[in-house]
Design a binder for this molecule. Sequence first.
Ligand SMILES: Cc1cc2nc3c(=O)[nH]c(=O)nc-3n(C[C@H](O)[C@H](O)[C@H](O)COP(=O)(O)O)c2cc1C
Length: 405
Amino acid sequence: MLRNKKILIGVTGGIAAYKIPQLVRDFKKNGAEIKVVMTDSATEFVTALTLSTLTQNEVVVGSFPRLTESILQASTWHIDLAQWADVMLIAPATANTIAKLSYGIADNSVTTLALAMRGPVMLSPSMDVDMWNHPITQSNISQLQQLGYHILQPAEGELASGLTGAGRLPDLPKIQQSIENLLAETNRDLIGKKILITAGPTYEPIDPVRFIGNRSSGKMGFALAAAAVHRGAEVTLVTGKTHLTTPRLVKRIDVVTAAQMYNAVMKNKHNKDSIIMAAAVADYTPVKFYNQKIKKNLQDKNQFIIQLKPTKDILKELGIKKGKTVLVGFAVETENEIKNAKMKLYDKNLDAIVLNNPTEDGAGFDVETNIAIFIPQKGNVEKLPKMSKYQLAHQILQRISKLIG
Ligand SMILES: Cc1cc2nc3c(=O)[nH]c(=O)nc-3n(C[C@H](O)[C@H](O)[C@H](O)COP(=O)(O)O)c2cc1C
């Protein structure tokens, strides 16, 4: 699996840094090429000499290494190294470095390269249990996950401090396996491809303070955007209201209403290899918008009727003149799922539809996992098992990549 893979390891100043020389040896035994960058603090725990001897490559420490050899002779070594690597692993990742990365601080070679990487970046946090459980560390971790960084959860057990709990660097075979899995799922099959993705809900205003919305969190569309970037695509993401952070390297366009989403999609649909409509766009919008907040007592006391009219059908319009663009829709169905999804597939002239039923445990809105059925216009219906939305995004993109050809 690791033969000829280029792995960049960022070592930061945690006690578990002493395990990294062994990890380097294990990676090399499996055929990988390794380069190492270190923070100044990391050199208190393991020497650059040890790591350069084991990797047979020069090790970069701090922000301004002495430019002596090979790749470092280029003054843009930080970009060159990021482009060289298939994957970057930060292990151990200290609480300090995690905090810096979540704010985009790039004040040493590890943080700078993590910011410059186009390929996937995995962090293996390791620290004392109270540092790990601290709300600011947990909030930074969740921010990094939303940004598209991969987090290897620390193991539980006895810690260097003598305390017991979560915070240990996982066993080295587990770290190696996680990198293998990440490399396997991040095939770079979409390099040079342009993909438009929609995500999130639309809000249809009733008056200045009220709207008709839906439960979409945007997580599936954002996972697709992050995964498409990891596979090398140039991604435009049109999103409704969501609290999610934009994944790295994604061009984001914010909209609120179905009409705004229609306009944004129509404006950005040209020259796309694929358009994936993961947004939950309102089918109906109020006929009338009240300029002032609707008062409780103004209307008939027993009922207040809001009249609705259909919104423009974005998918249908895209399907009419889609040319070579691979058009993929999402269907949320709670009954006769496959039959209804197939009707939508043919009616809207899609190349494929991803069906999910939000009432299934572990599927649908605002959860981290999803259970989906992939239905192509030509080919077999595939029921995919429950998996994270990010993993599902890769499963979908792998199939879309084949359809793009
Ligand atoms: C003996 C010792 C062990 C430490 N171990 C850890 C650790 O395991 N995890 C961690 O997050 N910080 C640990 N720290 C604190 C970090 O070294 C400190 O926050 C440092 O600023 C990290 O810098 P860096 O993130 O640039 O490498 C340790 C400090 C000392 C003195």
